[in-house]
Design a protein. Sequence first.
Length: 623
Amino acid sequence: MCGIVAYLGQKRAEPILVEGLKRLEYRGYDSSGIAVIGPEKMRLVRSAGRISNLEELLTEENIIGTLGVAHTRWATHGKPSTENAHPHLDHTGRIAIVHNGIIENYTTLKQWLIEKGCSFSSETDSEVIANLISFFYHDRANLDLPEGRDEPAGHLTAATRLALRELAGTYGIAVICQDAPDVLITARRGSPIVLGVGDGEFVVASDVAAIIKHTSQAVYLGDNEMAVISRDGYQTSTIDNVPVASRIEQIEYLLEEIELAGFDHYMAKEIFEQPKTLKACLSGRLDTNEGRIQLGGIADISRELVRARRINIAACGTAWHAGLVGEYLFEELAGLPTDVDYASEFRYRNPIIEEGTIQIVVSQSGETIDTLAALREARQRGALSLGVVNSVGSTIARETDAGIYLHVGPEIGVASTKAFTGQVAVLTMLALYIARRRHMSQQRLSEYINALNRIPDQVDTILTQSDTIRQVAQEYSQRENWLFLGRGYQFPVALEGALKLKEISYIHAEGLPAAEMKHGPIALITPEMPVVFIATHCSQYEKVMGNMEEVKARGGRIIAVATEGDERINNYADHVFSIPDTLDELQPLLTVVPLQLLAYHAAVIRGHDVDKPRNLDKSVTVE
Ligand code: G6P
């Protein structure tokens, strides 16, 4: 939800900022801009639309300067336009800020600032931050200068602190001022900020993707923390000016991992990467010799996990679907009652957290604000928390009591794919880990471990059907309504298949438990309606066949995901995508793959920008 980049160092800031913005474009792509402090004055260039529009404008400018801030926007307050694009300057034009988040009390602040003589030029909530800092900066009488620095950098720091105290809502910000060409200030509450610490240079960003080209050393700013960066170093403190000892961490992934590697889209790359990412996710965790599952991140709470009486899972979007698979797994394998919540609903009801409740939060980014809020609520109510997160060092990863990383590498495509299979793989291992310690026999666990080990290669064989899937997508790509049906473990996969199609193809699709179709949606079935069945060999196979008969009798077109070698399916289905056979509990790891490809091809055929779907955002850091 908006991407921030800022640079202070010895090099020209402009190309570094623009390159950083491109790395963060998946966080927002309706407008962008940069502000750089040059030898004489602040230079500001902004543009509506994609970053390529900004680049075009920049070819006509010659922006010199080694300190700057930049932003790519996902609009919340105010339409996507050049005026509303960041950076925002204060009304004197000396201070520039970029902001990710929402300032909830901005109308009151704006009114107050207008009364004090400030003028505004955008409809955004963010512009009040620039003007509020400016107000305190120019009204020196108000400034308490604990830094003891009676010069512009000290004034700016003190003014920023005062301004931040007035803000309600969430923010990740970077601030620069023309009078202080050697200082960059950043702060966060709710929205992520990472400070890359290079050799004589610093890059601040919403995400490490914009940093790794310059350095692999990073400081992840905590909530309500601030960093004041100068050319010689940086200081971290709370917003209230209590010093914080920062810890430099090693960024785990490499630049190659965020390149397209010859694919047309990140989504395609990430779908095709799944054999590799699943291997990485399972690696070191499945001990085939000893027949054990080892999950280092939960060692400290393994006792509590084994004795748990209930599991709650909270997540959003695709991660919520992975959580639903988790519900089946924990109940079936570990015998643990499990509930799954939309994270956004969790804290607005009165969730009952009994003793022995483990709260699991599932999140690719580790920054989704609703999931973070659910985590905090559950912890406050006494639950022990466990994160299933991909982004190392993210807020959710840091705030949970224990966690298991996905290790599937950075996911850039807005439609989540490899993170889903990673999340399901982690939840499967966790369910098996608990099950073995509660009641599962060694022999049974070994069967699961062996089957899990085969999954990456099995995904590989599914991917070879990509061309066939593309042909089916071509045949039906103009149909505007689809149904996705599955039972048991395949119900969450049906939801995920429908979500993928909606997100990137803008086709209306609904996922349902196959049997629920009879209770209403069957009225929609006509020869115009493609119905995707996930109909693999499993305990509910016969029942799913019955549901297919019902669709066929009404002339619906059937696309089936079935187990290799199933001849009977041809009596019902117009098209079949096959998956290799595996245990029922592991099938979601395979059945989702053809549905990801189906959505991808349909979107490309319909001419959509797959990696930047309309109105969506990869990391939703506003409620
Ligand atoms: C957004 C993304 C989805 C994602 C969801 C949860 O809506 O577009 O793809 O599943 O957020 O994100 P998280 O990072 O918490 O998994």
